[in-house]
Ligand binder design. Structure first.
Ligand SMILES: Nc1nc2c(c(=O)[nH]1)N[C@H]1C(S)=C(S)[C@@H](COP(=O)(O)OP(=O)(O)OC[C@H]3O[C@@H](n4cnc5c(=O)[nH]c(N)nc54)[C@H](O)[C@@H]3O)O[C@H]1N2
Ligand SMILES: Nc1nc2c(c(=O)[nH]1)N[C@H]1C(S)=C(S)[C@@H](COP(=O)(O)OP(=O)(O)OC[C@H]3O[C@@H](n4cnc5c(=O)[nH]c(N)nc54)[C@H](O)[C@@H]3O)O[C@H]1N2
Ligand code: SF4
Ligand SMILES: [Mo]
Length: 744
């Protein structure tokens, strides 16, 4: 049996290629131990301030410790926080590198055009806001408020969102929807009438069987889930991992199913076939709660294990055996809904299949399956009503994707191209905390949209690629130097966490709240910012729920007791689901109404041509997308990505370990930078794999410039989900090149 420590350690070491320096290993190892801050003894007189981490969106709450000279010494988890249970992941601990990074943005910048050469000049904050306010007003007057858009990922989005809504636009999108978990939310809403949200309501802690379909927990370091998975492994849970790559999770699994990529729907339908035909499903549960069982039963008859073998390359016996293992554990079984699920364009349908399988096993609402999450609610100060937008973000989608419940970043980007059929075009972007150049697929498309804009203002901490295209760059201070709105998390026990500055902002940087409010002043929107300082607003909110800023500064996290014990369905409880039928919809009436398949159907996707390999990508435990790429603490742990190549393929191409190659995709796009080869049995022969977030092209980031290759650059074929507009990114194929010269 593997202990938690081993699990965490192995997950990190394997992806790093075993190249840790001693001191870094120490820093990392300290995370593996549950630290009790109140007993912490150090050489200095430490003082601590509460924060919640901004290195990824799990938002763990922690403590920032400083030495007697006021320098940040370390960041550790808050024991009372349900998202992290007192432990930070390596990235969270390394968060201090964001603050220390000498390549940070240091002062506002305004684009100047000098003799045809585009450059930036340093500007005062006032000049920068003036520039943006004038342009926003001009665009709004000329084209209407619906021509303004905000792209945001992270805390500052709330504040700039108020500016945008105050101007009369609700074109506000985050890449965490159409490029990440949108299809999952739509699929679960269609099935259960509610999404799985973040943190997910998966009861991994008590599960007896966890099925991971391309969800690589362990490299995907969402803290609480990793810890719960290790606990479940310690308690003997069966792990089934479906992944064309032998992931860290696969190495902890009883069953590894090295599926042929893009065929997951076939496997899911076949599992349903076995579970229904062998009568392994939860009959009482299905009868009581589900709608459309007979249709489903009939529908899956065609998907036999023998049929699936030809499609997925998985042996019929293995498909049967794993279906039985799930049923044995039911209802304490989780077929994990995944998170980054925008793969092949039929993603809502794939996740629908996941949702349906869970229903057959009776896991939703059951211990060890999916619990009923509770969200704390903190009242907000009442603001004047925002003007009603003349046209909403939906109209920017041209009548498509009715089932999307949030705006699509890719949709707003497309609507920034001249689009006569839409009747309006987005002309001005505010971009906060999202490196759209590397985040949206099809870079040429993103650049085309940007070139057509009248204004692009970018708020960031680093000189990321997106800032290079900005008219105005606003340098935000890091999360360690600012207040942000309270983190209000859902969970078994909901919780509230405070982030406050541990240190003064370095250089001429400012918090987003301050920026948005200064901009609001110039746009006559100050009514939407009644509090001069964010901490006053936070204090007001906390007072409403019986605490205060002062108390939260001392405790950092407050757990809220559940009012009723409804974590799981009670025995024989009647439950009304928020769907058209009030039942869990195995047959989706909402999808049928919109003209889509009411039950998932397997459709074959294109395959790589001779000499090409499917490009698949994922996470490394010590990095978060681009945002950590230049972080000195984390580049020490991993400073470039590698391309995983199966030995058979390596032999055909004469590739050796550590050799650098360029990659060229099906559309003739060659990677700007070369990438190191890692020859390994851990990847199928029909695919290659790399970690997302590398291959940076902005020279101002000295540590990460030109290190590794960018998967985004090679993702030119986008398979869009017709149901909700998610951008499937795994239909791209690459071949090897030994130089990056364009052929004449
Ligand atoms: N090719 C490819 N594309 C992908 C993915 C993939 O795996 N491959 N993953 C997709 C997924 S799952 C997601 S969720 C999205 C993520 O998309 P993004 O959130 O856009 O990802 P990052 O690259 O981390 O960009 C974050 C930006 O925020 C900046 N930043 C960091 N901290 C702060 C801060 O405190 N304030 C401000 N103002 N800025 C800050 C960083 O410098 C960086 O420019 O990408 C999606 N796109
Ligand atoms: N360390 C770290 N952790 C993170 C993040 C990070 O940047 N760094 N980002 C966070 C965010 S925002 C998200 S959305 C999640 C994303 O994390 P997840 O939702 O877990 O996963 P993905 O990145 O989509 O998936 C990558 C896995 O899918 C496999 N795969 C590729 N193609 C197929 C296929 O056709 N079928 C199957 N079954 N598997 C396939 C890959 O081999 C890889 O193991 O991670 C979160 N956690
Ligand atoms: S999982 Fe790691 S990076 Fe993400 S919020 Fe928690 S400590 Fe930070
Ligand atoms: Mo994501």
């Amino acid at each position: 049996m593997n202990s938690r420590r081993q699990f965490l350690k192995i997950s990190s070491l394997s992806a790093a290629g075993l190249i840790f320096g001693g001191s870094l290993l120490d820093a990392f190892a300290s995370n593996l131990v549950k630290t009790n801050p109140s007993h912490f003894k150090g050489p200095f007189d430490f003082t601590r301030t509460p924060t919640y981490c901004e290195v990824c969106f799990w938002k763990c709450a922690g403590w920032v410790y400083k030495d007697e000279n006021g320098r940040i010494k370390k960041i550790i988890g808050n024991n009372d926080d349900p998202n992290c249970n007192g432990r930070f992941c390596p990235r969270g601990t390394g968060g201090v590198g964001m603050y220390n990074d000498e390549d940070r943005l240091k002062t506002p910048l305004i684009r100047t055009e000098e003799r045809g050469k585009q450059t930036f000049r340093e500007a005062t904050w006032d000049e920068a806001f003036d520039y943006i306010a004038k342009k926003l007003t001009k665009v709004k007057d000329e084209y209407g408020p619906e021509s303004l858009a905000l792209f945001s990922h992270g805390s500052g989005g709330k504040y700039f969102g108020k500016v945008l809504k105050g101007l009369g636009s609700n074109n506000i999108a985050a890449p965490s929807y159409a490029q990440c978990r949108g299809p999952r939310e739509v699929a679960f809403i269609a099935t259960y009438g509610q999404g799985v949200n973040s943190p997910e309501n998966t009861d991994i802690r008590d599960t007896k069987c966890l099925v991971l379909i391309g969800s690589h927990i362990g490299e995907n370091m969402h803290n609480g889930q990793v810890q719960e998975m290790s606990d479940a492994i310690d308690k003997g849970a069966t792990i089934i991992t479906v992944d064309p790559r032998f992931s860290t999770a696969a190495s902890k699994s009883k069953f590894w199913l090295p599926i042929k990529p893009s065929t997951d729907i076939a496997l899911l339908l076949t599992w349903m076939n076995v579970i229904i035909n062998e009568e392994l499903y939860d009959k009482d549960y299905v009868q009581r709660y589900c709608y459309g069982f007979e249709q489903l039963k009939q529908h899956v008859q065609q998907y036999t294990p023998e049929w699936a073998y030809g499609v997925t390359t998985l042996k019929p016996q293995q498909i049967r055996e794993t279906a039985r293992a799930m049923a044995d554990a039911a209802p304490a079984v989780i077929v994990h809904p995944g998170r980054h699920v925008t793969w092949y364009g039929d993603d809502t349908q794939r996740i629908r299949a996941v949702a349906i399988l869970n229903a057959l096993l009776g896991s939703w609402g059951r211990r060890g399956g999916f619990y009923n999450p509770e969200k704390a609610s903190v009242p907000h100060y009442k603001l004047p009503k925002f003007p009603k937008p003349n046209k909403s973000w939906r109209e920017a989608l041209g009548g498509k994707y009715n089932l999307a419940d949030l705006a699509l970043a890719s949709g707003l980007c497309d609507a920034s191209m001249p689009t006569p059929e839409l009747g309006h075009q987005i002309k001005a972007w505010i971009v906060n905390g999202t490196n759209l150049i590397n985040t949206l697929p099809d870079q040429a498309n993103t650049l085309k949209a940007i070139q057509a804009l009248d204004l692009i203002a970018v708020v960031d901490t680093m000189p990321m690629e997106i800032t290079g295209y900005a008219d105005v760059v606003l340098p935000e201070c890091t999360y360690l130097e600012r207040y942000d709105s309270l983190r209000v998390s859902q969970g078994r026990e909901p919780s509230i966490a405070l982030r406050m500055p541990a240190v003064e902002p370095k250089y001429n940087t400012k918090p987003a709240y301050w920026m948005a409010r200064e901009l609001a002043k110039k746009l006559d929107l100050l009514d939407y910012f009644p509090f001069e300082n964010l901490e006053d607003e936070i204090d007001w909110e906390l007072q409403q729920v019986g605490t205060s800023l002062e108390e939260m500064q001392r405790i950092g996290v407050k757990r809220i007791k559940r009012e009723v014990d409804d974590l799981y369905f009670a025995k024989d409880e009647d439950v009304e689901f928020n769907t058209n039928t009030g039942k869990i919809e195995l047959y989706s009436t909402a999808l049928a109404d919109e003209g889509f398949e009411p039950m998932p159907v397997f459709v074959q996707h294109p395959e790589p041509q001779e000499g090409y390999y499917r490009l698949i990508y994922g996470r490394a435990p010590m990095h978060t997308f681009s945002r950590t790429a230049n972080n000195p603490n984390l580049t020490d742990l991993m400073d470039e990505n590698t391309v995983w190549v199966n030995p058979k393929v390596a032999k055909e191409w004469g590739l050796k370990n550590d050799q650098y190659v360029y990659l060229e995709n099906q559309d003739g796009i060659i990677s700007d930078f070369s990438i190191k080869v890692r020859v390994t049995e851990r990847i199928r022969f029909d695919s290659v794999y790399m970690v997302h977030g590398f291959g940076h092209a902005d020279k101002r980031m000295k540590r990460c410039f030109g290190k590794g290759a960018s998967d985004t650059q090679l993702i030119t074929n986008v398979m869009t989900d017709p149901i909700m507009g998610g951008t499937g990114m795994r239909g791209n194929f690459v071949t090897f090149r030994f130089d990056n010269k364009k052929e004449a």
